[in-house]
Design a protein around this ligand. Structure first.
Ligand SMILES: C[S@@+](CC[C@H](N)C(=O)[O-])C[C@H]1O[C@@H](n2cnc3c(N)ncnc32)[C@H](O)[C@@H]1O
Length: 458
């Protein structure tokens, strides 16, 4: 069987779930709904709405490139000042040069998604309810790249050791799907060091997978690291070489797509691994657990690994380990093996920043089928259909009022008026008393000022 078909038989349409997908030279195609899924740098782009998601990631790329241009300009402007100390000048020069080079490198790596012929359609995303989370930028997990392929040996080994331990009763993982695989080191280590058959590593961030795709094939890729808390003057921007210990063996595949709209045939994996994922996806955990179950064969295993720091606005959804384990059982899993261990996390040798994290690892066996959850909807009906009333959420109410006042204050900034002058106007307009207005304007302008001083970099 040709190598590609060993992946193709696991794939299903992310839009309508039909399978198999037709495999063509430069795309996969769903015969049922006629959706065409391009290859992006040889990696199948299996989002439910391929064009819109490409548009969204392209926008994120352009935004990141713009930020880098601004950063380089800002560094240049600061360099021009005459009274810079020689060491400061040296650091700024290094940073400016690194930022400019990094911009070109990023653009180069991302060339496959910068396809001008495809048009972003925000509307179509909305209709499909597949909009990507707005807090996920291209560089959200940039540090993972260097941890995975440059300096993270201790962390990477400790991660693999956790998985080895929870699965030690039966070390043969079989066909394995890694959801939210990031820069893919764990998926690579599982494939190279544990008994997996086919390993499919999937993520929705194209930067991470495009890099992983080159590195696992033995490429030595140069990429800047920008440590959070540089240890010395020369550690602000370091040109690193990303490399894998060995060229990956056959049957290792990358797939770009959304874990909440998985593009895989139901019940086709022996193992699903969720590393550092369950607490960051927007889907409520019980539903996500049922989704994982749907991907597993009867008797298949779910291995979870990573942090447990659910950050949902609803307190009831910020689950403890105890609640998580109950919900795993409710999703039809049994035979739970659980480990909690402290491992190093993001300890770059060039940064003072880095921490220990108590990771939560479990391995659970699928004992019962549960109902497959409906397709994930990223947006509520009133935003999609446009026919239903927009709910007057308490946060909308507060925002509406403060936005009105804030925009009025903004309109008063003319480079001449002081805070007291503005307060007088707010009082004349009967929006606030002068006593209330001065601290309110001060608070608001302090936030605006803080924002203007924030670093937009990595
Ligand atoms: C905390 S990082 C962990 C990365 C990697 N698993 C590791 O252990 O280093 C979370 C990863 O999940 C990916 N991710 C988050 N939500 C996702 C989704 N809905 N579908 C696919 N990937 C997602 C992010 O792009 C990121 O790479």
């Amino acid at each position: 069987m040709p190598v590609e078909n060993r992946l193709a038989e696991l794939l299903a349409c992310a839009r309508c779930d039909a399978s198999p997908l037709q495999q063509r030279k430069d795309q996969y195609r769903c015969k049922a709904c006629k959706t065409e899924f391009p290859l992006i740098g040889d990696i199948p782009w299996l989002f439910a709405d391929p064009e819109s998601s490409l548009g969204e990631w392209r926008n994120r790329l352009h935004f990141a490139l713009q930020q880098l241009s601004h950063e380089a300009q800002r560094l240049k402007a600061e360099l021009i000042a005459e009274d810079r100390r020689p060491l400061t000048r040296r650091r700024l020069e290094q940073q400016m040069s690194a930022t400019e080079t990094h911009r070109n490198m990023l653009r180069q790596i991302m060339t496959p998604i910068d396809v001008q012929s495809m048009h972003a359609s925000y509307e179509s995303h909305i209709a499909m309810r597949t909009r990507l989370p707005t807090d996920q930028g291209l560089n959200t997990y940039y540090a993972n790249i260097h941890r995975d392929w440059v300096w993270g040996e201790r962390e990477n080994d400790a991660s693999l050791a956790q998985i080895r331990e929870v699965s030690s009763g039966n070390p043969a993982l079989g066909d394995t799907l890694v959801l939210g695989a990031g820069a893919c080191r764990l998926a690579y280590d599982l494939h190279m060091q544990l008994a997996t058959e086919r390993t499919v590593a999937t993520d929705f961030n194209p930067l991470l997978l495009l890099i992983a795709g080159q590195v696992v094939l033995g490429e030595k890729l140069k990429l800047y690291e920008f440590p959070i808390a540089p240890k010395s003057l020369d550690d602000f921007a370091l040109l690193r070489t990303l490399r894998a210990p060995d060229v990956v063996r056959d049957d290792f595949y990358l797939v770009l797509g959304d874990a909440l709209r998985p593009s895989f045939v139901a019940r086709s994996f022996d193992t699903v691994v969720t590393p550092w994922l369950i607490d960051i996806v927007s889907e409520d955990f019980p539903r996500f657990a049922a989704r994982v179950s749907g991907l597993l064969k009867p008797g298949g295993r779910w291995i979870n690994f990573g942090s447990l720091a659910f950050d949902h606005p609803e307190r009831a959804r910020r689950y403890s380990p105890e609640e998580v384990l109950v919900m795993v059982e409710e999703a039809g899993f049994g035979g739970l093996a659980v480990r909690q261990a402290s491992i190093p996390y993001m300890c770059s040798p060039a940064s003072r920043h880095g921490r220990e994290e108590t990771v939560f690892t479990f391995c659970a066996t699928k004992e019962k089928e549960v109902d497959t959850p409906p397709r994930h909807k990223a947006l509520p009906d009133w935003l999609v259909t446009t026919k239903e009333p927009v709910p007057l959420l308490p946060s909308f109410k507060t925002q509406a009022l403060s936005t009105q006042i804030y925009s009025y204050i903004m309109s008063l900034i003319d480079g001449r008026r002081s805070i007291r002058d503005m307060a007088k106007i707010l009082e004349q307009q009967k929006l606030m008393t002068k006593k209330e207005a001065v601290p309110a304007i001060k608070n608001f302008l302090t936030r605006m000022y803080d924002d203007s001083q924030k670093n937009a970099g990595f």
